[in-house]
Write a protein that binds this ligand. Structure first.
Ligand SMILES: Cc1cc2nc3c(=O)[nH]c(=O)nc-3n(C[C@H](O)[C@H](O)[C@H](O)COP(=O)(O)OP(=O)(O)OC[C@H]3O[C@@H](n4cnc5c(N)ncnc54)[C@H](O)[C@@H]3O)c2cc1C
Ligand SMILES: Cc1cc2nc3c(=O)[nH]c(=O)nc-3n(C[C@H](O)[C@H](O)[C@H](O)COP(=O)(O)O)c2cc1C
Length: 453
């Protein structure tokens, strides 16, 4: 007995030690690169187009902007803000910052490293010339808060604004036109084409509701529906991790995002939608339309939204730790279906709901995943069943040694579901288990990916 416990303890120590060595190597390599890990060539261009983006719009706009500058004969490079450090900016030159606001007035996840390392300092950026293009949505209480914070920090550091900050409200066409005009001035061209900007002109396409099932009849929580849509037009394509946007005709125009739960080879686009109830008790507009009003056979326009920060990308061959709750299963399911098709079996699913019987949202899928051997490990926890381990973050603490071992073997971590409670709790647990610096390194290297809302 004592020997088994000793072995388990020694195994955990070994995994943590191995992980510490890997972190040190990664840190050392990053240190050898300049500043935050940006090549000297990327810093030497005439224009640096720097983006911070949660769901891809700012990144897309930044790439289009860099193309437009190159087309005009200038040298330009597109960089994520999270890879820059204050020292990189202190070298001077021209920077176009294209940044969105996420959460409750927060920086997007991919800019957190910059917030930690640079925004906490007051460097001298007197040689830097810049413009900030802020992407936000006026219906949030902290409109464009991160773009404004970045601009204030640049001003305090004596950087020179080439033009006033431009603020987009849901990528409004007028604001994008102001940006085009600014680029035309900067490049000396009469007009600059930027192609499609997500949320402005990205085409919505027609889909038909083929099936809808309530997955949790009798639940204490809001009803969750699984909706399967088939495309009415050919050519629909997406990757696991992507989103769709639903806008309904009427006064209420902010599109609602939903995580896609399926992959295109399944021949349908699946969503998991929980009926939302507003603070005043009124039914949520779009979730009720999807769950209650729309009839099987009805058509609906959906806009596919790439979500680069949550796609598998460079993690396709790594072990995956998939963590989520409730309708967050959607994004995790899509990844598991992609992994199944790709023959990748190193997948650890950690999923939480309220009650085992009524809230078992993945009951059907589990049969398939078990039969295909796609789950190397499954931990399902139910918060209202009286067990000591109630939430997914409790599983992380309980399995800390296993978690460190998976990460030491190169695993990437994907988190999908509610930001409050789950997303924040998981983040705190990962920081406590892996250490703040190691978690930040995982995020910076694209191995800690979140779709939390
Ligand atoms: C990246 C992402 C992925 C998501 N994935 C899923 C998923 O897979 N499944 C799921 O069920 N949900 C998901 N959601 C939540 C979903 O987008 C909706 O917020 C939810 O369905 C409630 O929308 P509703 O229209 O029913 O509720 P409503 O209460 O009508 O609206 C929801 C939100 O919009 C705001 N709002 C309401 N009226 C207006 C208005 N006139 N103008 C501007 N804003 C307004 C409200 O403050 C509220 O925050 C996701 C959200 C995000 C950001
Ligand atoms: C969950 C969530 C939180 C958001 N929070 C804010 C906010 O606090 N302030 C704001 O101005 N916009 C907010 N937005 C709107 C986004 O900034 C806006 O949609 C932007 O175009 C997204 O750009 P991105 O795709 O590059 O992340 C939020 C959007 C989402 C989905």
């Amino acid at each position: 007995m004592w020997f088994e416990e000793w072995m388990r303890g020694a195994g955990a120590m070994l995994a943590l030690a191995l992980y510490a060595v890997l972190c040190w190597r990664a840190w050392h390599q990053a240190k050898q690169l300049r500043g935050g890990g940006v090549s000297a060539a990327a810093l030497a261009v005439d224009w640096r187009v720097v983006f911070a983006s949660q769901t891809g719009s700012a990144e897309m706009l930044a790439r289009q902007t860099a193309h437009a500058l190159v087309d005009a004969g200038l040298s330009a490079a597109c960089l994520p803000l999270g890879r820059l450090r204050a020292a990189d900016l202190a070298q001077g030159g021209c920077c176009l910052f294209i940044v969105s606001t996420a959460g409750e007035g927060d920086a997007p996840d991919d800019a957190q490293a910059f917030v930690r390392h640079a925004l906490t300092q007051t460097p001298d950026l007197a040689g830097l010339r810049y413009v900030v293009l802020a992407l936000g949505d006026r219906s949030y209480p902290h409109f464009n808060a991160f773009g404004r914070r970045l601009d204030a920090w640049l001003q305090a550091a004596s950087a020179e604004a080439l033009a006033e900050r431009i603020e987009l409200d849901r990528c409004d066409a007028k604001g994008v036109q102001v940006w085009r005009e600014l680029l035309a001035t900067l490049t000396g061209r009469s007009a600059v084409q930027l192609g499609e900007v997500a949320g402005v002109t990205g085409a919505a396409t027609e889909w038909r509701l083929a099936a809808r099932t309530c997955l949790n009849p009798g639940s204490e929580g809001g009803a969750v529906y699984r909706l399967n849509f088939t495309a009415c037009e050919p050519g629909a394509d997406w990757q696991s991790g992507d989103l769709v946007e639903v806008s309904l005709p009427g006064n209420d125009t902010r599109p609602r995002a939903y995580s896609i739960a399926s992959v295109p080879t399944e021949g349908m686009l699946q969503l998991l939608v929980r009926l939302h109830v507003r603070a005043d008790g009124e039914p949520g507009w779009v979730s009720h339309h999807l769950g209650r009003t729309l009839r099987v056979g009805d058509r609906l326009r959906l806009r596919l939204r790439p979500h680069p920060g949550f796609q598998l990308a460079g993690n396709a061959r790594r072990p995956l730790i998939l963590i989520g709750n409730g309708v967050g299963l959607a994004g995790l399911r899509a990844h598991l279906m992609a992994r199944m098709a790709d023959g990748q079996r190193q997948n650890w699913l950690i999923f939480g709901e309220r009650h085992r019987v009524v809230d078992d949202l993945h009951a059907d899928d589990l049969v398939t995943w078990r039969a295909q051997g796609v789950l190397a490990r499954l931990d399902a926890v139910y918060s209202r069943e009286g067990a000591a381990c109630r939430y997914v973050q409790d599983v992380l603490h309980r399995e800390a040694a296993q978690l460190a071992d998976w990460v030491a073997r190169g695993a990437a971590i994907y988190v999908c579901g509610s930001r409050q409670g789950m997303g924040e709790g998981v983040d705190r647990a990962l920081q406590a288990i892996l250490g703040e610096a190691a978690l930040a390194h995982l995020a910076d290297s694209g191995r800690y990916c979140r779709d939390v809302f």
